[in-house]
Every structure is written in structure tokens, then in C-alpha cells.
Design a protein around this ligand. Structure first.
Ligand SMILES: NC(=O)c1ccc[n+]([C@@H]2O[C@H](COP(=O)([O-])OP(=O)(O)OC[C@H]3O[C@@H](n4cnc5c(N)ncnc54)[C@H](OP(=O)(O)O)[C@@H]3O)[C@@H](O)[C@H]2O)c1
Length: 334
């Protein structure tokens, strides 16, 4: 038997997520049965998509179950194996419980080489968020030299990579973030041409008029809501929107209306495409070779926020929904 500390969903949130939505408990896990492995979590990724999963709304992933541990993309170490695909000591990545240990059947877990990069990077700049940025920018935004590309949540796990890829394609890149230090980093380190603070800038439209005088050719949309409305009005003919997420709307109890004047889509011949990265796993190899190469060549910068200890995961997750993280948010579990 192994003692595992885990965090369960105690209550579904109504509006903002609160601490009483989570409960921490210790359970005893039996030894792995035939085909199973016991994995010790090293890093747990906290991601915005977890917020919709806390409710029962229809989505592309099923809701978290009440009184069961939440789950998340994680890197772990196999500590016991009764599965021929895995050996004790293997480093693995995949969905694990918000827990110190998870008993797993191995499906959906893959081994990673811990010598390539720090373990947490496999959840960030070499993992799902970066893959999302790469896919949306390359396949949907398709920036050309001289065009203007806008990226919201410009320094988040996805946005920081999206902005740099647009810059490498020769575009003029403008972003927004919720903090002056984040904006300064975006311009100094990630190469954004401009970045505005969406918390202090009263009117996003005015900021966009100032910073994107030629309009916007492509939008990598992470935030939705009033920022997207302002972007939508300023899209140029044949503009492209990679609709990646709408974090500003995830805690809303009443759905937000879309931008007015949808006929704009026709008038300006816009392409607005939602996408979910798990539909594109077959492109993972191309992503790793291209983005891994950029990283190796020192052409891609990344930031992460590491929170120590699983007990702090709920607080860190609530912070993510307010923008307290700077770059990819991970919890160092053990
Ligand atoms: N489609 C897909 O397959 C896919 C995959 C991964 C992620 N996503 C989506 O991509 C988006 C970014 O994800 P991520 O992993 O980069 O997240 P992240 O690193 O956790 O960053 C999220 C950032 O969003 C900003 N934010 C939060 N609330 C906001 C609000 N009300 N208004 C404006 N900005 C707000 C905050 O930064 P500031 O300080 O800048 O406000 C926060 O740090 C999310 O919408 C997520 O759901 C989609």
C-alpha cells in the first residue's frame, strides 16, 4: 500500500472558483495489478481548460467528477510496474490525478527522455501549450512578412510561443497582458513590437488603434470577451482568427454575447477557426522537430511559474484565472 495525497473536486463552482471547490485527502493505493503501474507525480500542469471541466457544461472533454481527484497533464516517474511497456524509473507524461501518486493502466502515457530538457518543459515550451501555439499560428494565422498579428494573453504558456513564431515569420506582432512587467518581458525578450496592459488600458479598442494603425491581419485569440470584440472590429480583409480559447469568459455565469455585426465576416472575407490541439496529435513530430530546433538554437524564449507542493495547486489554479502566473504554470509535486 502507498499513501497518496490527492485533491478532489468537492463542489462545482458557481462563478469564480473558490477554495471550497477543492478538498485535500490521503488515500491508500494498493500495489499495481496486472497491466497497471504506480506513478509518482513530479510536475502537474495547471491549465485554463480545467475551469470549464469543473462544471457540467457540454465541452470537448467530459466534466471532472465530484468527489474524485481532478486530473491534469503531468510528468511523473514510474515507481512500480506490472505493465511490460514501463519499467521502474521511467519518466512518463500524460494525464495523472492531482495527486502525489496515481495508479494507472498506462493508456495515454508515453515515456519521455529526461535528458532532453528539464521535466517541466515537457508540459510547457516542449509540450501541449507550445504545440497549440505552433499549430494555430502555422495552420490558421499563417502570418506573412509585414502583416500585423495580434496575440492576447501574450505572455501565457500559449501566447508567448505564438507571438515569437509570428515574429520569426516576419510579422509585426502586438500583444496584451495583464501586467506592466509582463508587457515589458514580451517586448524585451519575446520580441513583440508592442504590448498593452489590458488591466490599466481602459479601452482595448483605443490601444489597438494606437498600436495597430494598419489594422490586424491575424489574431491568435486566447482571451475572448471585450478584447476579442475590439480585435474583431479591426480585422483587415482576409483576416484570420485562430480561436484558441476565451479565458475571460470561463467564469461567467451568463454567456457573453458575440461581437455585433457578424456580417463583417462576409464583408471582410474573414476566416475564424476554432481548434482543439488534441485533434492534431499526428503533427506532434513536426512540432517537436521545429520548435525543439528553435529552442536548441536559442531562438525561442520561455517563462514558467513553478509552485511548490500539491497542497498549493488549488490556490495556484485560482490565481491562473486572475493572471497571477507569468508563463507556463506548473506545480512541483515531488
Ligand atoms: N484550443 C486548444 O487546444 C487550447 C490548448 C491550450 C490552451 N488553450 C487556451 O489558450 C488560452 C491560453 O492558455 P494558456 O495555457 O496560455 O494559459 P496560461 O498560461 O495559464 O495563461 C492564461 C493567462 O490568461 C490571462 N487572463 C486570465 N483572465 C483574463 C481575462 N479576464 N482577461 C484577459 N486575460 C486574462 C492571464 O494573463 P494576463 O496577466 O495577461 O491577464 C493568464 O495568466 C486559454 O484560453 C486556454 O483555454 C486552448
Amino acid at each position: 500500500m502507498t499513501d497518496a495525497m490527492q485533491v478532489v473536486l468537492a463542489k462545482r463552482p458557481a462563478g469564480d472558483v473558490t477554495a471550497d471547490c477543492f478538498r485535500q485527502e490521503t488515500v491508500k493505493l494498493p500495489a499495481p495489478r496486472d497491466g497497471e503501474i504506480l506513478v509518482r507525480t513530479r510536475f502537474l500542469s495547471l491549465d485554463p481548460y480545467m475551469r470549464p471541466r469543473m462544471t457540467e457544461m457540454r465541452s470537448y472533454t467530459p466534466p471532472f467528477e465530484l468527489e474524485k481527484p481532478l486530473t491534469g497533464g503531468s510528468v511523473g516517474e514510474v515507481v512500480e510496474s506490472n505493465n511490460p511497456r514501463f519499467a521502474r524509473g521511467d519518466a512518463v507524461i500524460g494525464m495523472l490525478n492531482w495527486a502525489t501518486h496515481t495508479l494507472h493502466d498506462g493508456r495515454g502515457l508515453r515515456k519521455i527522455d529526461p535528458s532532453i530538457a528539464p521535466l517541466s518543459a515537457h508540459l510547457g515550451v516542449l509540450g501541449m501549450p507550445s504545440f497549440t501555439a505552433w499549430y494555430g499560428m502555422k495552420q490558421i494565422c499563417k502570418p506573412k512578412a509585414g502583416e500585423t498579428v495580434f496575440v492576447s494573453a501574450a505572455t501565457g504558456a500559449v501566447g508567448q510561443v505564438a507571438g515569437q513564431l509570428a515574429k520569426l515569420a516576419g510579422a509585426r506582432v502586438v500583444g496584451c497582458a495583464g501586467d506592466d512587467d509582463k508587457c515589458a518581458w514580451a517586448m524585451r525578450e519575446a520580441g513583440y513590437d508592442a504590448c498593452f496592459n489590458h488591466k490599466t488600458e481602459r479601452e482595448p479598442g483605443a490601444a489597438l488603434d494606437r498600436l495597430c494603425p494598419q489594422g490586424i491581419d491575424a489574431d491568435f485569440e486566447n482571451v475572448g470577451g471585450r478584447i476579442f470584440h475590439a480585435v474583431f472590429e479591426r480585422l483587415n480583409n482576409f483576416g484570420r482568427v485562430a480561436f484558441c480559447g476565451a479565458i475571460s469568459e470561463y467564469q461567467d455565469q451568463k454567456p457573453m454575447a458575440g461581437p455585433p455585426k457578424m456580417f463583417t465576416i462576409v464583408q471582410r472575407r474573414l476566416t475564424i477557426q476554432g481548434f482543439i490541439i488534441s485533434d492534431h496529435i499526428s503533427s506532434m513530430g513536426d512540432f517537436i522537430s521545429e520548435v525543439g530546433g528553435l529552442l536548441k538554437a536559442g531562438k525561442l524564449k520561455s517563462r514558467e511559474t513553478v509552485v511548490e507542493g500539491l497542497a498549493r495547486a488549488p490556490e495556484a489554479f485560482m490565481g491562473l484565472l486572475r493572471g497571477a502566473n507569468f508563463g507556463k504554470l506548473v506545480v512541483k509535486v515531488g
